[in-house]
Design a protein around this ligand. Structure first.
Ligand code: IPM
Ligand code: MG
Length: 359
């Protein structure tokens, strides 16, 4: 089998963590006898500096031409003063939209090897944490029109539009229910239907879709309550389905409480190929180029790429097992360092994972 991957290293620690992710991918391909072709394209601040736009047309074309897109991170203080249309983040939002990636899957898991890193009280952590946020990614207040800045009655105003149509809600709800069928069969839909019309439609449509999935248990929470329940008892959640802005916030919360933001991968999928796979964390410009960044979120994103992007579940499991082995052996990058553990850099962490990948 031959596959083509488009690599988007981006900014900050992006290039160095992606390098390790790619070495792991190559190793997984090699041990299973398949061929991997990688091409690199520009995105974010790096693209802005090189060609004057955070998402060059050539990048979109190269992504569309690939079987999966592997992205690291974009952004940094260097581009903070840039006009909004040219910010590095626009590159990321643009590629999601251009590839129609409406479903963002963000698992948050408390690994037993890292239980001590969990930010929650031990009695809460002991109950476990293994959930996945299914976030709608191409609609909502992020893309709704009208939007803008203007002057009304002599005062400056800023405005955005929260909007979903029923089809956008239906397709993300289906992704959530399908995901639940592969897990503990529970979906919690998060919205703000006590205040927002958008959320009332959201809840109504999710309830309609639920009828197609009688084996899945559906519950509903307002977003403020969901934010609270996530720290009070995250073990109650299996699949959380929510809109773009609520999902942005809740997925950060869900991931940071595991204590290992540097470990969490994500997948963004559309109706057709290619999907895009990236770590949940950002570009961490303050530690870029020092070989101290944690490549594991990127490496675990490579596992999601193998499973969900290329239909290679055995290779995905190999990568995940290799990561667990390295953690069991006590190797840690500085962000998850514990007393008694062995401190390693970004490169060594990647090499150690590669060394454990075998058929
Ligand atoms: C994320 C990020 C992005 C988002 C930013 C960088 C545009 O926070 O992937 O969660 O808001 O979607
Ligand atoms: Mg975010």
């Amino acid at each position: 089998m031959e596959k083509r991957i488009c690599l988007l290293p981006g900014d900050g620690i992006g290039p160095e963590i992606l390098e390790q992710g790619v070495l792991v991918l190559k190793k997984a391909f090699a041990v299973s006898g398949h061929t991997l072709h990688c091409e690199t394209a520009l995105i974010g601040g790096a693209a802005l500096d090189a060609v004057g736009h955070p998402l060059p047309e050539a990048t979109i074309a190269m992504c569309k031409d690939s079987d999966a897109v592997f992205l690291a991170a974009v952004g940094g203080p260097k581009w903070d003063q840039i006009q909004p249309e040219l910010r590095p983040e626009r590159g990321l939002l643009g590629i999601r939209k251009a590839l129609g990636l409406f479903a963002n899957l963000r698992p948050a898991v408390l690994l037993p090897q890292l239980a001590k890193a969990c930010l929650l009280r031990p009695d809460i952590a002991r109950k476990g944490l293994d959930l996945i946020v299914v976030r709608e990614l191409t609609g909502d207040i992020y893309f709704g029109e009208p939007r803008g800045l203007s002057v009304r009655d002599g005062k400056r105003v800023g405005f955005n539009t929260m909007i979903y149509d029923e089809e956008e809600i239906r397709r993300i709800a289906r992704v959530a229910f399908e995901t639940a069928l592969t897990r503990r069969k529970k979906v919690c839909s998060v919205e703000k239907s006590n205040v927002l019309e958008t959320s009332r439609l959201w809840k109504e449509v999710v309830c309609e879709v639920a009828k197609e999935y009688p084996d899945v248990e559906l519950s509903h929470l307002y977003v403020d309550n969901a934010a609270m329940q996530l720290v009070r008892d995250p073990s109650q959640f299996d699949v959380i389905v929510t809109g773009n802005i609520f999902g942005d916030i809740l997925s950060d919360e869900a991931s940071v409480i595991t204590g290992s933001l540097g470990l969490l991968p994500s997948a963004s999928l559309g109706a057709s190929k290619p999907g895009l796979f990236e770590p949940v964390h950002g570009s961490a410009p303050d530690i870029a180029g020092k070989d101290i960044a944690n490549p594991l979120a990127t490496i675990l994103s490579a596992a999601m790429l193998l499973r969900l992007g290329l239909g290679m579940p055995e290779e995905a499991a190999m990568v995940e097992k290799a990561v667990q082995k390295v953690l069991e052996e006590g190797y840690r990058t500085q962000d998850i360092m514990e007393p008694e553990a062995h401190l390693v850099g970004c490169k060594e962490m990647g090499q150690r994972v590669c060394a454990h990948i075998a058929a």
